[in-house]
Write a protein of this length. Structure first.
Length: 293
């Protein structure tokens, strides 16, 4: 990684850096942050599935802030919060993909400090990192300073109700959001309601993923209201929730009226409830018996 970094240091035209799917961990981050610090033309960074861990996230955060990493006694990795930020040295990154890196709360809290200082982020994809509600709240606070945010992917992190409320505050000031993935984030009905209400004024949304978040029919009614002004919507994922068949019928009717029936993804993992499932099975059995007559 050090050799690659050295070879690219003078390439000031470099705007995209993709180091994904290489298991270099925190040690590799130490090598390539020099490139981030010395080339402010880099706008798009992909470090997906690199085994960064908490330490790698902290080191990358310092690099985005223009700070070189220095280990203290015992090789402890400090988060950099004790160092003042020099705005002239902060990176100008617009999009970051940093999924599947086990960042957890310490890593994402450190990165949030950098994101807040940058205020240039338009796209952040940070799925499957073991982030818990406190980490999401720190991230939300940082994203509220990035008013041009168009994409956020937090898939398969523990956002929870508190994290959802914090994100809702972000969406109230973010006017250009186009893609939102909060699938499998343990948000729950109340959290989804908070998100939905924040998205009501949004007219730019193109993709919305709220799979596996325990959405019920009551919450669905609010979501349907949210869809009314979403003329640009191209993809809606609500699989794996607790909708009844009546709720699904209501949703499909609403989408048909909006001429958006083709945007709805599969609902094959939706939990319709045991009573409804038994009733459906009985109806299917009667139909099969009728065919045999």
């Amino acid at each position: 990684m050090h050799s690659i970094t050295q070879a690219l240091l003078d390439k000031k035209h470099l705007t995209h850096l993709d180091l994904s799917d290489n298991a270099f961990g925190p040690a590799g981050v130490k090598a390539f942050v020099d490139l981030i610090i010395n080339n402010h033309n880099i706008r798009h960074l992909r470090v997906n599935n690199n085994g960064l861990g908490q330490g790698g996230g902290i080191i990358l955060s310092k690099g985005l802030l223009g700070q070189h990493h220095v280990e203290d006694k015992g090789d402890k990795i400090r988060d950099g919060s004790e160092v003042d930020i020099d705005k002239s040295k902060v990176a100008h990154i617009e999009s970051i993909v940093i999924g599947r890196n086990r960042l957890e709360n310490p890593g994402v809290v450190a990165l949030a400090r950098a994101f807040q200082a940058m205020s240039t982020l338009k796209s952040l994809c940070i799925p499957q990192n073991g982030i818990k509600p406190d980490g999401v709240e720190a991230l939300a606070k940082a994203l509220s300073h990035n008013h041009g945010l168009t994409e956020l992917d937090l898939y398969d992190n523990n956002v929870g109700l508190d994290g959802a409320k914090a994100l809702a505050d972000v969406f109230s000031v973010t006017k250009e959001l186009r893609k939102l993935n909060l699938g499998d984030c343990l948000i729950g009905p109340q959290g989804v309601k908070s998100i939905a209400k924040a998205l009501l004024p949004n007219e730019t949304l193109e993709e919305l993923n709220l799979e596996f978040n325990d959405i019920d029919d009551e919450t669905l009614e609010i979501l349907i209201k949210v869809l009314q002004n979403k003329s640009k919507l191209k993809k809606l994922d609500l699989n794996g929730n607790g909708l009844t068949r009546e709720g699904v019928k209501l949703l499909k009717t609403a989408l048909k009226e909006l001429k958006k029936e083709d945007v709805l993804g599969s609902l094959e993992d939706n939990d319709y409830g045991s009573a409804e499932s038994e009733e459906e099975s009985e109806e299917e059995l009667i139909d099969e018996l009728d065919k045999l007559k």
